[in-house]
Design a protein around this ligand. Structure first.
Ligand code: ADP
Ligand code: MG
Length: 746
């Protein structure tokens, strides 16, 4: 058993205590069957009256009839043969599921409810005590029926009994009193075994004082760790860059346009940091097309004018090259003779060696590259500023470190991201980064027209693409997979509808399907999407490239770009598209990040329902970069999940990246929103960043206060007794080592 639950991440008694119920059943006052309303999620307790296995044409259907006095309720399970023999007339059973509407109210049903047989007089007293006549916790199974809810209730109950009065507190009393939160032991006890009369809505919403205490605790230790990292950074020795008229003039020379107000403001924030003697760690957040590059370039000029080197790291070769060409063009306007070099993995060895030499001797002032900047053991002469573009592609930021000579001061770091992280979240999560937001697009943009088109009407789309090409424009057509199944494309993180439907709280029964018969009609969406058939049938870039150029787009210059091409080929194709030698680029999401082709005015996405919101938004950001009107056409497949619908509607409704990000966050939940590759994103055990945003803010304030009581008020003593503070620190270390795994040495 220990092994089984260890596989779920539960290794200690504490882990088990923090494995909270995912819902509760009110078994204090069971509901009467005649109170049930069609459409609601309900929990009922009733007596088994009879069972039946119906053999339909499609599958065996298990039917359970339960009753209370003269009232009855039917429950159905598809493929339910396994349930035969599980129920016996006269047993009491607790059921939880959606009440299905029915023609007559006397005839309500539940489809595939969760169930639990309740103990009777023959069971031991403890089992009866935990299972009936109370608010009962329901746990996610830790593996099989042996480790289901009933087992967990017993083990956790006994654990709490054995530890009565001995659960160590890890937060100062004064803090708990101020926030009106219960102590740790009480919180743990009540979250598992809520006292009689606790409001069910509070319980289901994780909003009882017990829940809030545990959530706060988790968020507090996250925030305290971030706060300390940030303080430590402020104590490190960095470079104080000077800004003089000479520096300003150098910038003015190369600026090709008037910066927007937002660009001016963010640059001022960055430069203010650069002047400080401690190293800058700043995130520049701005929607696609908001003009982050020029802001970064200006910051790099400040470093260069101060006699330091600046480096810009891009996530792909295409982007690095694009930045390199653009920067070179801009710097040509300068009266200074800056030397700028490109360093990517695909350069030949001689070139790489030569460029490394230029960097090492300080002869190159501006270095633009990919990961090769880290991997190729580049040693800078005087590195002053590092700009990391589109950090979400790099994975863990914390591990990032550019090779430098050991005697040097810490360079400043500016991270640019187009992932519009809702501001409150960003502030609290990137506690070790300061944040600047570019919240304004450069002038002269025409809004992008976004339309949904069902797959059957794709021909009209191809016709439209032809017309745009005839006008001299270019188009992208994007597919979710390279070829074959989606499994062959690890670079993709498009929304997986199977997983998503599984996570949906209450699968909607499918009303109108092509199949005939009762069972087909009742078949829940979730099951249908989970079937293997739903996974196949995706069009792929390779296949459609062939089809389109020999069919609907014959005569146009159609290119193909995907992640499996080698770097040189990718680059050649991208360059040809940039130069207008390719009219239509059939691609996968490799084009998602950052490529700037202002003449491209059409973005077609096939199977758009399969992509995540963030991805769709990034893809759409590839067009609308010039003055001409641009179009984003979302072609959909035959089956769209409810969440897919919401994403598509949102795309049509708005172009605001932050609004879409908020929605994305609430649709997907923070884990998926940020993705596992995201920098230092913790895996919470009780907190939920969407639901608990307010508590996150409070935790942040409390962490700052705890870390430096005197900073706020010289008269306030450090919070808590010495013993309490010691416990907080040791708890912090433990939490960060075990939970977040991003503790840095020192
Ligand atoms: P992103 O934030 O997505 O990296 P870019 O920096 O690539 O955006 O800028 C998008 C486009 O807008 C580029 O073609 C750039 O030259 C242009 N641009 C940026 N700032 C301005 C401005 N202030 N006025 C006009 N055009 C601008
Ligand atoms: Mg960019």
């Amino acid at each position: 058993m220990a092994e089984l639950i260890a596989a779920k991440g539960i290794q200690t008694a504490e882990d088990l205590l923090y494995h909270l119920p995912f819902r509760y059943e009110d078994r204090q006052n069971p509901r009467s069957l005649d109170e049930l309303k069609p459409g609601e999620m309900a929990s009922v307790i009733a007596e088994v009256r009879g069972t039946m296995l119906l053999r339909t044409r499609h599958m065996p259907l298990f039917e359970l009839t339960v009753g209370q006095g003269r009232l009855a309720l039917k429950c159905l399970w598809f493929n339910g043969s396994y349930l035969q023999g599980r129920f016996h007339t006269g047993q009491t059973v607790a059921l939880f599921g959606k009440v299905e509407p029915s023609r007559s109210t006397s005839n309500l049903k539940m489809i595939q409810p969760q169930f639990e047989l309740l103990p009777d007089a023959s069971d031991d007293a403890e089992t009866r005590l935990l299972e009936v006549g109370r608010i009962t916790p329901v746990y996610e199974s830790l593996g099989g029926s042996r480790l289901a809810s009933r087992w967990q209730r017993k083990v956790i109950f006994n654990l709490l009994e054995n530890m009565r009065g001995a659960v160590p507190e890890c937060l100062p009393q004064a803090m708990l009193a101020r926030l009106a939160l219960p102590d740790r032991e009480t919180a743990l006890r009540e979250v598992h075994f809520p006292p009689e009369g606790t409001p069910m809505t509070q319980l289901q919403g994780s909003a009882t004082p017990a829940h809030r205490r545990l959530i706060f605790e988790e968020l507090f230790f996250l925030e305290l760790g971030l706060e300390l990292k940030r303080r430590r950074m402020r104590e490190r020795a960095g470079i104080s860059f000077a800004t003089s008229d000479k520096v300003r003039e150098a910038i003015r020379e190369v600026l090709p346009f008037h910066p927007t107000a937002a660009q001016k403001r963010t640059l001022a924030e960055i430069v203010a940091d650069m002047r400080q003697p401690s190293p800058m760690r700043r995130l520049l957040q701005g929607d696609v097309g908001s003009g982050k590059t020029i802001v970064a370039l200006q910051a790099m000029l400040v470093a260069m004018e101060n006699g330091y080197q600046a480096a810009l790291m891009a996530p792909t070769e295409i982007l690095a090259t694009q930045h390199f060409l653009a920067a070179r063009k801009l710097l040509e306007r300068s009266s200074r003779n800056y030397r700028i070099v490109l360093l990517t993995g695909s350069l030949d060895e001689d070139r790489k060696r030569a460029n490394r030499g230029l960097i090492n001797r300080g002869e190159a002032q501006l270095v633009i590259g990919t990961h090769a900047l880290i991997e190729e053991k580049v040693e800078f002469d005087r590195l002053g500023l590092v700009v990391v573009d589109e950090q979400h592609r790099f994975g863990v930021l914390q591990r990032f470190r550019l090779m430098k000579k050991p005697t040097q001061a810490e360079p400043d770091v500016l991270v640019m991201t187009a992932t519009p992280i809702p501001r409150t979240l960003a502030l609290s999560l990137y506690g070790d980064l300061d944040i600047s937001v570019l919240d304004e697009l450069p002038p002269g943009r025409t809004p992008i027209v976004t339309r949904r088109v069902p797959g059957e009407r794709a021909d009209e789309v191809w016709e439209f693409v032809r017309k745009q090409v005839a006008l001299g424009r270019q188009a992208y057509i994007v597919y979710p997979v390279i070829e074959g199944t989606k499994d062959d494309q690890p670079e993709l993180d498009f929304a997986n509808d199977t997983a998503e439907a599984g996570a949906a709280p209450a699968p909607e029964p499918r009303r109108k399907t092509a199949r005939k018969g009762k069972t087909a009609e009742l078949f829940p969406t979730a099951m249908q999407e989970a079937s293997p058939a739903a996974k196949s049938g995706l069009k792929s870039a390779v296949e459609m490239h062939e089809k389109l150029r020999n069919g609907p787009l014959a005569g146009l210059r159609v290119g193909l770009l995907h992640g499996r091409l080698d770097a040189d080929d990718k680059e050649v194709i991208m360059r040809r598209f940039q130069r207008g030698e390719i009219d239509v680029l059939v691609a996968t999401t490799v084009i998602e990040v950052g490529v700037d082709v202002p003449n491209a005015t059409v973005m077609v996405v096939e199977h758009a329902e399969r992509f995540g919101l963030a991805q769709l938004h990034q893809l759409r950001g590839r067009v609308g970069r010039g003055a001409a009107r641009s179009y984003c056409i979302l072609i959909t497949g035959p089956r769209i999940s409810p969440l897919g619908e919401e994403r598509l509607n949102a795309m049509v409704r708005t172009q605001d990246g932050f609004e879409l990000a908020e929605l994305d966050l609430s649709l997907r939940g923070p884990g998926e929103f940020f993705g596992t590759r995201q920098a230092g994103l913790p895996d919470f055990r009780v907190a939920n960043l969407v639901r608990d945003r307010k508590l996150l803010e409070i935790a942040k304030q409390e962490a700052a206060r705890f870390a430096s009581p005197s900073a706020q008020d010289m008269n306030v003593k450090a919070e808590g007794s010495e013993a309490e503070r010691a416990r907080v620190w040791s708890r912090l270390k433990e939490a960060w080592q075990r939970r977040y795994g991003l503790v840095e040495a020192g």
